[in-house]
Design a protein around this ligand. Sequence first.
Ligand code: UDP
Length: 393
Amino acid sequence: MTASAELAGPRVILVLTADTGGGHRAAAEAIRQAVHRRYPDELATVTCDPLTGAEANRSVAWVCGRYGPLVRDAPWLWSILFHATNARPLRPILESLLRRFVSAPIAAAVARHQPMAMVALHPLLAASAAALRSEGTAAPALMTVVTDLGSAHRSWWQSPADRVVTPTAELSQQGRRFAGTAPDRCDVIGIPVRAEFRPGPADPTAKAALRRSLGLDPARFVVLVIAGAEAARGMRMWTRTIVNGAADVDVVAICGRDQRLRKDLERLAARSPRRLTVTGFVDNIADWLRSADVLVTKAGPGTIAEATSCGTPMLLAGHLPGQETGNTEIVVRAGAGRAVHGRRELLRLIEDLRADPARVSRMRAAAARLGRPTAAAEIADLLAQQALRKEFR
Ligand code: UDP
């Protein structure tokens, strides 16, 4: 496609994301949907995955493909890798590897699609896209949308983007301090969530109908268990603990891409006298969140953004060391959830909530206050501002 043909049609936005976990992909999809909804004739999107997709260097894809097994089986090793690459002397090595192996597929996508703007939704892609620009290659405007919450890897801030969107003022400050991003280029908006999360919490009638459609009993107390798209460590133990120890609750376990866990929990469901529903990776997380009374989860930023949009109270039973440090505190401080330390506390908190609907309602309201269901729309407007050079505010 020639540049003049490109200008005659919609302007292209290159969306840079990767399948390490599920949060980056979900945020990319949220932005893609919002751009198409708000600017159907003026903007088009092209999604590019230079870490785990078809465009990726094969060795890079192999390394990034270890993310799931790492967070499931050896989170301690993930922690070592995260902290080692977040500090000198390993950070410059990581940056030069990114420049060598990840900037190239981004440059190829830029050459092929001639985008007016790029949006990076992964720290390694923010760094790689920024490297492309610093090398003097003709590169389009770059927006970084930080999909972390309580803490963030330094790769997010390798060099200033044209625009940085964060979910919190603290991360925005980090961007200013480490990357030297000008304050008027930083927007505190939130983690973008997909269109199905925008309607907010379900009222009791809608919740009952939703439960029936999912095969759940509208009258029971429902505990939903998720540990990100990869079913990070802990999920097997949380589910078993609740099924075996909590009286009068139904449990739904969404195992994401972990087939081993799914099979294991399906055996438990077959044996269990209580009701346990087990699924693999689902595309309707919003329905499950709206129909649950409480969510037991690791403190994944994507899951927190979605649960708060749906007004689902959270029991945060773990977090990935490194990028999820600090997420639990944000939820607990807002009154939207509780931190859980160990099985006994997990059972006690579920029992307390089951017996106290007023407390659940207060937590639901607090969760909904913390949610940012319009984040994707706001980000789409900023992107349009960048790609079309129009002022929207
Ligand atoms: N997710 C999904 N289907 C599943 C399990 C998870 O769509 O069966 C999505 C979930 O909606 C969220 C993301 O995966 O958008 C998980 O993001 P989070 O940041 O919580 O954890 P990650 O998987 O990135 O570690």
